[in-house]
Design a protein around this ligand. Structure first.
Ligand code: CUA
Length: 334
């Protein structure tokens, strides 16, 4: 699927389109104000020079009387125009705020309300990655993944965002404005992708040393493709097919990996770090930092601190054979 340039000016959702319209309105109004003020400044200089020349023939008092009338009128007109422009921008801002805060269907319910066909996703910020959980009335059908959010195109999506540690900010510029993730407090963000693509998102609130490496991908895909993806994510981890994968699983289950990660279907059930049940299906690792390739994966397991100093992932010095087996197993977790 094509990757879209991360830009707040390339809207691909009704919410982002509203923000972009507001941005352009403010841009053109500011440009017009700048040109008018600069023009008035040039005019004042020219007018002043002419008045100075005329001084030889006319008395100073006449010039002052003349300019007083003009000044009073100009200041009054300027103040009135400023108030009017600020009022127009205020109304436009409030309208945009309402448009992006409510659900995407016209006249739909406000933020947080239920929409029958909406997809509900819990997003939790961590230093420095994103936990993503798809809600379902049946607990066993809930899906947990990380750093990659799949949504169906053209359907409203409600993201219930919160944080596990410090304040982060959820931002997919092409689809919605920023939303702070506050520990212990959940808020709802609505969005609806207009067309299939991979949109890049990132943390937009400084949250520590690896704030810049706290990105994610939002994959908008056709409805049936999304359902297939979700159904595959619901499955437990694939059983090892070969000797290497089998040994890799033993390495994982007998090392400290299990203290932080979950691989559904095994006894690794910790939730400190990203869920690895289907890690091989994801496009990137380390929260949008590296492509999900064998070499990067091995480098990450062995010494994540060199790639993301300050992240929670500790170095893991494993014998070469064990490491190869572990990577083979992780790569089999499709
Ligand atoms: Cu999380 Cu910045």
């Amino acid at each position: 699927m094509n990757e879209i340039l991360q830009s707040a000016l390339g809207p691909a959702s009704p919410q982002a389109a509203a923000i972009t319209r507001l941005w352009w309105l403010m841009f053109w109004v500011s440009t017009a104000v700048f040109l008018i003020v600069a023009g008035a400044l040039v005019f004042a200089v020219i007018w002043g020079v002419r008045a100075a020349r005329r001084q030889r023939n006319v008395s100073m008092r006449e010039i002052e009387a003349d300019s007083d009338t003009i000044l009073t009128g100009a200041v009054a007109a300027g103040a009135a125009t400023t108030v009017f422009i600020l009022f127009v921008l205020l109304v436009a801002s409030v309208r945009t705020g309402r448009a992006i805060g409510s659900s995407p269907s016209p006249g739909g319910p406000p933020s947080g309300a239920k929409l029958p066909n909406a997809v509900s996703i819990d997003v939790t910020g961590h230093q420095f990655w994103w936990e993503v959980e798809y809600e379902d009335a049946t607990p066993s059908r809930r899906v947990t993944t990380a750093n990659e959010i799949h949504v169906p195109v053209g359907r409203p999506v409600v993201l219930k965002v919160t944080s596990r540690d410090v304040i982060h900010s959820f931002w997919v510029p092409n689809l919605q404005g920023k939303r702070d993730l506050v520990p212990g407090y959940t808020t709802a963000v609505w969005l609806q992708a207009d067309r299939p693509a991979v949109y890049r998102g990132q943390c937009a609130e400084f949250c520590g040393r690896q704030h810049a490496h706290m990105a994610f991908e939002l994959v908008a895909e056709p409805g049936d493709q999304f359902e297939r993806w979700l159904e595959a994510e619901r499955q437990p981890a694939a059983e090892p097919v070969g000797d290497a994968e089998s040994r890799g699983r033993d390495v994982l289950l007998n090392s400290r990996c299990v203290l932080c990660h979950t691989v559904r279907g095994t006894r690794a059930t910790a939730r400190v770090g990203p869920d690895l049940t289907h890690v091989a299906r994801r496009d990137k690792i380390a929260a949008g930092t590296l492509p999900n390739a064998r070499g990067h994966l091995a480098g990450w397991v062995v010494n994540a601190q060199q790639i993301k100093p300050g992240s929670q992932m500790p170095p893991n010095i494993l014998p070469a054979d064990d490491l190869q087996a572990l990577i083979a197993y992780l790569e089999s977790l499709k």
